[in-house]
Design a protein around this ligand. Structure first.
Ligand code: BGC
Length: 767
């Protein structure tokens, strides 16, 4: 068969064999349901209200009938259906586990139909106001039912941020009205949160009639079935939060700054992001509603650290987990490091390792080993208090805490004591801030940072030195060994062509990485994204599988599960002739209002990096390229094309780049996508420091870098020099040609970019 034929001809495939398509296949949908069950977090369960005890249930809230499976924008997935909680409960009804109070369900279903008839199919019902059923209907429901369930939904999308206002971060007036009306008649209410990022839970938490809260997230197309499994006790909730839920938006350390300017954000909270802030800074602990790592279960567990030791810089802790309750369940064991404050200051606790148990029956135990490298948690000394631009482990005692959340954990008897400071790695100052004036320290006070005028430069590239063979060498005959000779055959115009995307050949909505027909280099199709393969409905109803959004996936604390999701998504991508799968997205949740948090994993870089690495492994097991994005510090959607993330080198290294570093070093994604935002005065796609210095130079990244799609006002000349190999979805060839003619860009600058792109193509599937 012709090499790379499917990229060219879009041959229909059925990778499950015998004509069975993997795309949207029942096996993948089942995986989606399993994942949704693993990621839902039980936040409140007074008096064991859940699981439901059978009997009739009154189901309230429009999102009980219309599930928000995921967020919008490039993270959207077009599926055949989205199973709502109503669908899930209807199944349980057939199994005789519960029954629904039908007149109430009829009320909601009629409302949804009426909305669609007036607003049209395209307008999302989720934007409609929450209706309150008539008083009489609610009281009739209360007479017939023992329990009520209300779903509260939130939707956000790429390109805009959420608001700290009613109906978004806070409950809306319509939602409060509904809750109050239900509370008049019911005293056993469960609230299901169908959300993509944190909301304010205070009113729900304090309301005595609301006995239980299940955070079901945006759980993918099977979400309603999974939520019903948990609510009815067919599955134990075993997800744990990967973000701190504060009592109010204003308590997040980024809140004052987040919406202040369209031009910049000052990351003055520095490394004190999420629980690193709430658990460290004086008086911040009281501002937390649900702490990092928190999540209830129907059963109870006992976690014991049995042994701990250090060898060759690695610390290993052996733990035993016993199910001490009455239900089958899984627990997540979390290990936190507490480093000495020293001269640099440190968070009170940092997640350093975690493991989830298998399903444990009552009385059953499991032994687990948790392991991490101490130097991975060294501090980056950007001001030279000990050693400038080096990772240092300061002298003093390093203690460990083991348990089931950042708070519910116990200090182990074992600790590591360092009698002197250790320089773990000496690096170079890169991507330094010029306009960030101060940053927070571990006592909540601020220190000044040096400012200055933004400067940046580029490396000089040596020619690859290939020799064009006498007979034309075609791409299908090329191996890594003669890639330089292959590139030597290209004209200057062809090299220029090879650093910009080309229009789409497939139906996936995202353009192709560049090809060259003369030398048989295929255009390589790309597609999103983090919750499953995105094929827009206008391309003829190709239904794919949607999985829980990335934040939800991370709440499973199960990298193997995430790896399976990555592999499943990649088979679907491959079946639809996609070579580059534009995921994982692993920006840090700096602020709950980021409109794209649902696509990202966590406020914690170890979680983000571990989950992203797992996804990359899964994707690339299918010979499809993963694309770790958005590199880096893309924490905001409003003004995302030009907003400058001003962040210290320390916070950059320890928080915002850390997840990428873990992902690159442990899973080697074949592509990385630079971000839209500016980082300390320089666009990330034009940053030599970021792409050549840190990504390639320090971390050894050997893949190719693509820009994000169509960022306006980019200087592609700088991008080529900085090692941003391809500008997507199209570039500025005239500008590049001018720069080549003037000598500003050399042939050698292009050759390196093109080589990295072609080497990536060589790794892709060929069927
Ligand atoms: C998003 C990327 C996405 C790309 C292609 C951009 O708008 O920021 O995450 O991969 O579009 O769809």
């Amino acid at each position: 068969m012709e090499k790379y034929a499917s990229f060219k001809h879009m041959a229909p495939k059925a990778l499950f064999g015998n004509g069975v398509r993997a795309t949207g296949n029942a096996r993948h949908r089942y995986l989606s349901r399993e994942a949704a069950r693993e990621c839902m977090v039980l936040l409140k369960n007074t008096g064991g209200a859940l699981p439901l005890k059978g009997g009739k249930v009154a189901l309230f809230g429009k999102n009980s009938y219309e599930l928000i499976a995921g967020g919008g924008g490039s993270g959207t997935v077009t599926t055949e259906y989205k199973a709502s909680l109503y669908d899930g409960f209807s199944d349980k009804e057939k199994e005789g586990k519960i029954s629904l109070f039908k007149p109430l369900s009829r009320f909601y279903l009629d409302k949804a139909d009426a909305f669609r008839q007036t607003a049209g199919e395209k307008v999302k019902y989720i934007y409609a106001k929450e209706p309150t059923p008539p008083k009489k209907l609610i009281s009739d429901a209360a007479k017939a039912c023992a329990a009520a369930v209300i779903t509260i939904g939130r939707y956000s999308r790429e390109g805009g941020d959420r608001e700290a206002s009613p109906g978004d971060y806070y409950l809306g007036e319509d939602e409060i009205k509904l809750i109050n009306a239900v509370c008049e008649s019911f005293s056993d209410i469960t609230v299901v949160l169908n959300i993509g990022s944190a909301i304010c839970c205070e009113e729900l938490e304090k309301n005595k009639n609301i006995k239980a809260i299940l955070c079901a997230w945006q759980p993918g197309m099977e979400g309603g079935y999974a939520a019903a499994d948990i609510l009815c006790g067919d599955a134990d909730p075993c997800g744990k939060l990967v973000d701190t839920f504060a009592k109010d938006y204003k308590y997040y350390p980024s809140a004052a700054d987040y919406k202040k300017s369209p031009l910049y954000m000052d990351y003055t909270e520095d490394i004190y992001v999420g629980y690193r802030y709430f658990e460290t800074i004086p008086k911040a602990a009281d501002k937390v509603r649900y702490e990092f790592g928190f999540g209830l279960s129907y059963t109870t567990f006992d976690i014991k650290g049995v042994l701990a030791g250090e060898e060759d810089g690695y610390i290993t802790v052996a733990a035993t987990v016993t199910n001490t309750g009455k239900y089958d369940g899984k627990e997540v064991v979390q290990l936190y490091l507490s480093a000495p404050q020293g001269k640099l200051g440190k968070p009170a606790r940092e997640l350093c390792a975690f493991k989830k148990t298998k399903l444990l029956r009552p009385g059953e135990s499991q032994a687990l080993a948790l392991r991490f490298k101490l130097s991975d948690f060294a501090s980056f000394d950007d001001l030279g208090k000990i050693k400038k631009s080096a990772y240092v482990l300061e002298k003093g005692e390093y203690s460990l805490y083991l348990g089931a959340s950042v708070r519910k954990c116990e200090k182990l008897g074992f600790s590591v004591k360092l009698s002197k400071d250790i320089i773990c790695e000496k690096l170079t100052s890169r991507c330094r801030p010029f306009e960030l004036k101060r940053r927070m320290l571990s006592d909540g006070k601020y220190e000044k940072l040096p400012t200055g005028k933004v400067t940046f430069g580029f490396d000089k590239h040596k020619p690859l030195g290939g020799r064009a063979p006498k007979d034309t060498l075609y791409f299908e005959d090329v191996t890594e060994d003669h890639i330089n000779d292959f590139i030597a055959q290209m004209t200057d115009e062809e090299l220029i062509h090879m650093v910009s995307g080309t229009p789409n050949r497939t139906y996936t909505d995202d353009s192709c990485f560049p090809g060259l027909a003369r030398l048989h280099v295929p255009d390589v199709p790309t597609a999103d994204g983090p919750a499953g393969l995105r094929i827009e409905p206008r391309f003829g109803n190709v239904f794919t599988t949607s999985f829980p959004v990335a934040t939800a996936q991370a709440c499973s604390w199960d990298p193997e599960l995430v790896e399976r999701i990555g592999a499943a998504g990649a088979i679907e991508a491959r079946e639809n002739n996609v070579g580059i799968f534009l995921t994982p997205a692993l920006n840090i949740h700096r602020d709950p209002l980021c409109g794209r948090n649902f696509e990202y994993y966590s406020e914690d870089p170890v979680i983000a990096g571990t989950m992203a690495a797992a996804q990359v492994r899964g994707i690339q097991s299918q010979k499809t390229a993963a694309s770790a994005k958005h590199f880096a510090v893309n924490s905001k959607e409003d003004d995302r094309f030009h907003c400058d993330s001003r962040v210290s080198e320390r916070a950059l290294r320890e928080i915002y780049l850390k997840g990428f570093e873990i992902c690159v070093k442990t899973a080697q994604p074949w592509t990385v996508m630079s971000s839209y935002n500016v980082l300390n005065g320089v666009h990330t796609s034009e940053s030599r420091d970021l792409l050549q210095g840190i990504l390639r130079g320090e971390w050894g990244f050997s893949g190719m870098v693509t820009s994000d799609w169509n960022g306006p006002d980019r200087n592609q000349v700088n991008e080529v020099r900085a090692g941003n190999d391809v500008r997507m979805s199209r570039g500025f060839p005239e500008k590049l040609a001018e720069a080549m003619a003037s000598g500003e860009l050399k042939r050698a600058d292009f050759e390196h970019c093109v080589k990295r792109t072609l080497l990536t193509y060589l790794k892709l599937y060929n069927d």
